[in-house]
Design a protein around this ligand. Structure first.
Ligand SMILES: Cc1cc2nc3c(=O)[nH]c(=O)nc-3n(C[C@H](O)[C@H](O)[C@H](O)COP(=O)(O)OP(=O)(O)OC[C@H]3O[C@@H](n4cnc5c(N)ncnc54)[C@H](O)[C@@H]3O)c2cc1C
Length: 417
């Protein structure tokens, strides 16, 4: 006699990135049985190679009048902070139109308020989450230094800092001398800076995500390799159609990063998810004596100390999910980093490209599918998925268990487009 089939799991989470695994752990903590399905395995996507920042102070949406001012200049440089490969320019046009519409001042103000609520929740959830998952030792609180090359560039940043101040963000503007004390070795071309102390970082985003997977398994969770093609909700369950088999569970959480919209389409939701491809190079740990994360905002990249090396990366390439990476972008950022931190040793680096999952108004999609309350979305966190993972986990766990949400979820509704 063959053994009986195991009972169906309460929840399947599609995607084993930092968002999916944080959600899976939060559901597990509420006593639910959970299976995580990923076509490659944990930390295979953007969660592998990001800059490791819990950027709680980054409350201003990318879609803003400021970006509209900078974008034309950036687009002139084919290896600059923002690029649109000609092969993808036509495909991205509808998303760009929505992005442009989201830059209207009233929409920016509403998105900033929503983003602040999500950031505050994430900040409150982070340390208890790390303690529960045995990862507290991976957190560093070194802060971030945003640097400017002229009085004009600094002055142009001030309205943004005023907006952050209005939302309770702590920061301190700095002179070149003060910056030199904080971070020796910074080029004197940077005349002004702003230090934000409440910007934390994780020792390494890939190791952190793998640790979450390990913890989830240790608590009885199951992670399987499966590429999910479609979801079929019924009154009592949801069937997940994979390439080679099916799964049946009571509820599904879709957290497949930049690929989520393809699966959402199978339940009738057309979500304008695009990818902002980002690049970096990770240098050996002794490449530079980096004391804190530095943001070169005018050049669209950051330099970060990880336990595994010094990571130089950022940039936005609106090139979709299929074009091969253009690692000349990683090289261009590394050349600039050498100019800005002259003692940086640039040999021995490892290059990487990742797909940021981005919605045009810079807010994620957190909410039910339009077809069924058994299908819940948690994706589209753009530049901030690591930062917002603790809040997303809490909010999705509330939705799955029917608890009242900790913050107003309407700005994150997947049906808002
Ligand atoms: C250069 C760069 C720097 C960044 N820096 C930061 C930072 O400092 N701080 C920060 O907060 N954020 C940062 N981000 C953004 C952050 O990395 C992402 O927002 C976050 O990793 C998204 O996590 P995710 O779990 O949604 O997606 P992913 O990590 O991409 O995971 C999605 C998973 O879904 C799986 N999958 C896809 N399709 C299917 C399918 N059909 N079936 C099954 N599985 C599937 C994939 O294999 C993958 O494992 C950065 C991003 C980049 C590119």
């Amino acid at each position: 006699m063959s053994p009986p089939n195991p009972p169906p799991k309460d929840v399947a989470v599609v995607g084993a990135g930092v968002i999916g695994l944080s959600i899976a752990l939060a559901l597990q903590a509420r006593g639910l049985s959970v299976i995580v399905l990923d076509r490659e395995g944990p930390a295979a996507g953007a969660s592998e190679g990001n800059a490791g920042a819990f950027a709680f102070t980054d409350i201003l949406p990318l879609a803003s009048p400021g970006i509209l001012r900078k974008a034309p200049g950036w687009l002139m440089d084919p290896l600059g902070p923002l690029s649109i490969p000609p092969a993808y320019a036509f495909r991205i046009a509808p998303w760009m139109l929505r992005f442009w519409q989201a830059c209207a001042p009233d929409r920016v103000a509403a998105a900033t308020t929503a983003q602040t609520a999500l950031m505050d929740l994430s900040k409150a959830e982070l340390e208890p989450f790390l303690a529960r998952t045995g990862t507290s030792g991976m957190l560093a609180k070194r802060g971030n230094l945003q640097v400017y090359e002229s009085q004009e560039e600094f002055a142009a940043s001030l309205p943004g800092w005023d907006a952050r101040e209005a939302h309770g963000i702590a920061f301190r503007h700095m002179t070149a001398e003060e910056m030199a004390d904080l971070q020796p070795g910074l080029s004197p071309r940077f005349t002004h800076g702003t230090f934000t102390p409440e910007w934390y970082s994780i020792s390494d985003p890939k190791l952190y995500t793998l640790k979450l997977a390990e913890r989830f398994r240790a608590e009885g969770g199951q992670i399987e390799r499966a590429e999910i093609l479609a979801l079929q909700p019924t009154d009592k369950a949801v069937v997940l159609q994979a390439t080679d088999r099916t799964f049946q569970v009571r509820q599904v959480v879709l957290a497949a990063g930049a690929f989520s919209h393809r699966i959402a389409r199978s339940v009738g939701d057309r979500i304008p998810l695009e990818t902002e491809r980002g690049y970096n190079t990770t240098l050996p740990a002794n490449a530079f004596d980096l004391r804190l994360q530095i943001t070169f905002g005018g050049h669209g990249f950051v330099v970060t100390r990880l336990s595994t090396g010094i990571r130089v990366g950022g940039a936005v390439e609106l090139g979709g999910l299929r074009l091969p990476p253009n690692f000349r972008r990683s090289e261009a950022m590394l050349r600039k980093a050498k100019e800005f931190l002259p003692a940086l040793e640039t040999g021995g680096g490892v290059q990487w490209m990742g797909f940021r999952p981005s919605l045009p108004d810079s807010l994620p999609a957190i909410g039910h599918s339009s077809a069924s309350r058994r299908v819940i979305y948690g994706f589209g966190h753009g530049h901030l998925g690591l930062t917002q993972s603790p809040a997303t986990a809490r909010l999705v766990a509330d939705m799955v268990t029917g608890a009242p949400p900790a913050i107003d979820l309407s700005p994150f509704s997947p049906q808002r487009f």
